[in-house]
Design a protein around this ligand. Structure first.
Ligand SMILES: Nc1ncnc2c1ncn2[C@@H]1O[C@H](COP(=O)(O)OP(=O)(O)O)[C@@H](O)[C@H]1O
Ligand SMILES: [Mg+2]
Length: 297
């Protein structure tokens, strides 16, 4: 069986990768009864420790501490071997990795879904978008169009904080989505080593994480049973989210129109992609409002 592989990554630390990956694995195993393996690529091991010390419910946990070495080819081989090792008996593999540029982008292509957690502070959001846009450019150059789903996950969001118009550049790409926000949990340490957010006693915390988990689960389903999701009479999750995105206010903005020129031919025109990174992102950083429509026209 070939499992679906989900990577939770960002080149930045402290954005919520370990929290999200460990809790997502728990959500899939506990709430969706999916045979899940987890691979922790981080030296701190916080996600695998969280999973190990909470109740045992059948998640297979692996740790793979990649030795930093100058030879990125060898690093890629090590990383792929570790991933293969834990993909043997599972339906789903979730990996937690702080991205390092010594790893070639080919490694990201090993995954069906890439989740990029990020706060929505302007600086962090832009650095996360650049990370994804640069990857999209490189991956296109290496592998052509790959049907990989990329999900920006707004993390540690204050309850009630607006997330409208976030990640405008990345969301212009057909295969990119924005998940429901993961709210800031005031007493998150009480869950660490004990339980998981999807089962929190605080109903708001549980509901919020389950909404996030269900969103990822829909994407998972669109990959494992694309035929059913199209022909079951139930709306196709992927297309319905795409429609939602098209209806969103950003879709009408000039920035979106510019960026979506690159999405209709998903970054086929590499120069246009470059323009988004080099020209519009600096404009976005300088502008006063989160989305400055006039700048993109
Ligand atoms: N939703 C959240 N609410 C409150 N604190 C959070 C949340 N997500 C992560 N944190 C805290 O933020 C810090 C960094 O999170 P972590 O998941 O370790 O990030 P990363 O793996 O990207 O370095 C940790 O102290 C963690 O407990
Ligand atoms: Mg971590």
């Amino acid at each position: 069986m070939t499992p679906i592989k989900i990577l939770v990554t960002n080149q930045k630390g402290g954005v919520g990768k370990s929290t999200i990956s460990a809790n997502l694995a728990a959500f899939f195993a506990l709430k969706r009864n999916i045979k899940t393996a987890f691979i922790d690529f981080d030296k701190q091991s916080s996600s695998s420790n969280w999973l190990k010390k909470a109740a045992n419910f059948g998640i297979e946990i692996h740790q793979a501490h990649l030795q930093s070495q100058n030879n990125s080819g060898l690093l890629l081989l090590d990383a792929k071997a570790a991933l293969r090792e834990c993909s043997k008996a599972a339906e789903l593999v979730i990996a937690d990795l702080t991205w390092t540029y010594t790893l070639p982008p080919q490694f990201l292509m090993e995954f069906d879904i890439v989740i990029v957690p990020s706060s929505i502070s302007r600086v962090e959001m832009v650095s996360s978008e650049i990370f994804v846009l640069e990857y999209l450019q490189k991956s296109l150059a290496i592998a052509g169009k790959k049907h990989q789903i990329i999900i920006m996950a707004p993390s540690r969001i204050d309850a009630g904080q607006s997330t409208e118009g976030i990640f405008p550049f990345v969301s212009a790409n057909d295969n990119c989505f924005i998940s429901p926000p993961i709210e800031k949990v005031s007493d998150i340490d009480q869950y660490y080593f004990g339980s998981f957010l999807c089962e929190a006693q605080d109903e708001r915390v549980a509901k919020n994480f389950c909404e996030f988990g269900s969103f990822i689960y829909e994407k998972y389903c669109s990959l494992v049973m694309p035929y059913q999701s199209i022909h079951s009479g139930v709306s196709n999750p992927v297309s319905s989210y795409r429609q939602e995105r098209l209806k969103s206010p950003i879709a009408a903005s000039g920035v979106q129109n510019l960026a979506s020129a690159s999405s209709t031919m998903p970054l086929k025109n590499e120069r246009l992609g470059r323009k988004v990174v080099d020209l519009f992102i600096p404009q976005f950083l300088r502008s006063k409002s989160p989305i400055d429509n006039s700048k993109g026209e």
